[in-house]
Design a protein around this ligand. Sequence first.
Ligand code: PBG
Length: 334
Amino acid sequence: MSSYPIVRHRRLRRSAGLRSMVRETVLTADDMIYPIFVTYGENIRSEIPSMPGVYHLSMDLLEQEIREVAALGIKAVLLFGVPCHKDAHGSSAYDPNGIVQEAVRAVKGWAPELVVIADTCLCQFTDHGHCGVVRKDEATGIAVVDNDKSLELLVRTAISQAEAGADIIAPSNMMDGFVYAIRAGLDEAGYSDIAIMSYSVKYASAFYGPFRDAAHSAPQFGDRKTYQMDPANGREALREAESDVAEGADMLMVKPALAYLDIVKTLKEQFDLPVVAYNVSAEYSMVKAAAANGWIDERAIVLETLTGMKRAGADLIITYHAKDAAKWLRGDGM
Ligand code: PBG
C-alpha cells in the first residue's frame, strides 16, 4: 500500500544547509539604497521624532555618516535637502549652491565610488509645499499645480544636481512628461551619461507622513491627489510606467512598497528595466514603534520585509533600515 502524503515538501527543509541550497531570494547590502536628510548649520544630528534612528545631519557630520554607510557595503545613498529658504518657485531646489548640490559635491569628494542619487522635487523648497508651481485656475479660481511650468524648474533642478556630480537623478514630483523633459535637459547640458531613476508609480499615500515631518514638506493647502496616483488603481500603474519607459527612464520605482507589492511584481513582469521599491517613512515608523514596545522582533521583521520586497520583484530597495539590515546580514542572515 502506498503511503501518504505522496508529496513531501519538508524533505528540503530538514536542515539549514538544505534550506540555504534551495533559497530563491537572497538579500544583500547591494540591494539597498540609504536615504539621508541633509540640513544647514553645524554639529547638527537631530533625530526625527517619528523616525527613531534617522537624523537631520549638517554637512560637517555628514562625512562620518557616509564613511559608515560605505564601510557597511551599501552602494548608494539618496540625498534629501532641508533648506533654510523657501519661496513660491522653490528656487533653492535649483540653486547651484543649494543644500542638495553641496551635499552631492561633498559626498562624491569623500567617497567617489559611492553612487549618489539626488531626489528631484520642489516640495521641500516651495513655501506652499507642493511639488510644482501653483497658479490660480482662471475659470474656477482654485489653486492648481501647473504641469508644464513645473517641468521647467524640475529640469533646472536636475541639471544643477548633475553638475554637482550626482550619478542618478530621481524625479519624484509626478508631473506628466517629467522623464522626457529631464532626459532632454540633461542631454543638452552634456549629461547624457547620467541615469534617471523615475518615481514612476507614486501613490498619494498616507505612508509619507513621517517623511513630511522630517523634510518639512507637507502641502500647506489641499493634497497631492491631482498628481500622485489613487491607491485604488493598479492598471493605471502600467500606463505610468509605459510612458516613463518611452520617455527614457533607466529604472522604474514603485512607492510605497509594502501595500503595493502587487504593483512591484507587475512592473517586474511587464518591463525589462530594473525595478526599485521605496520602503517609505511610515513603513519604517510602524516597525520602530512596535519594536520599541517589545511587540515584534525588529531584526527578523525587517529582514523578512525586505526579502519579501525582493521576492516580489524589487531589484533595489530604498530603505531607512539599510544600515541596520546591512549589519544584520553580516551576521548569520535570516
Ligand atoms: C518628495 C518625496 C516624498 C517622499 C520622497 N520624496 C514625499 C511626498 O511625496 O509627499 C516620501 C518618502 C517617505 O515617505 O519615506 N516628493
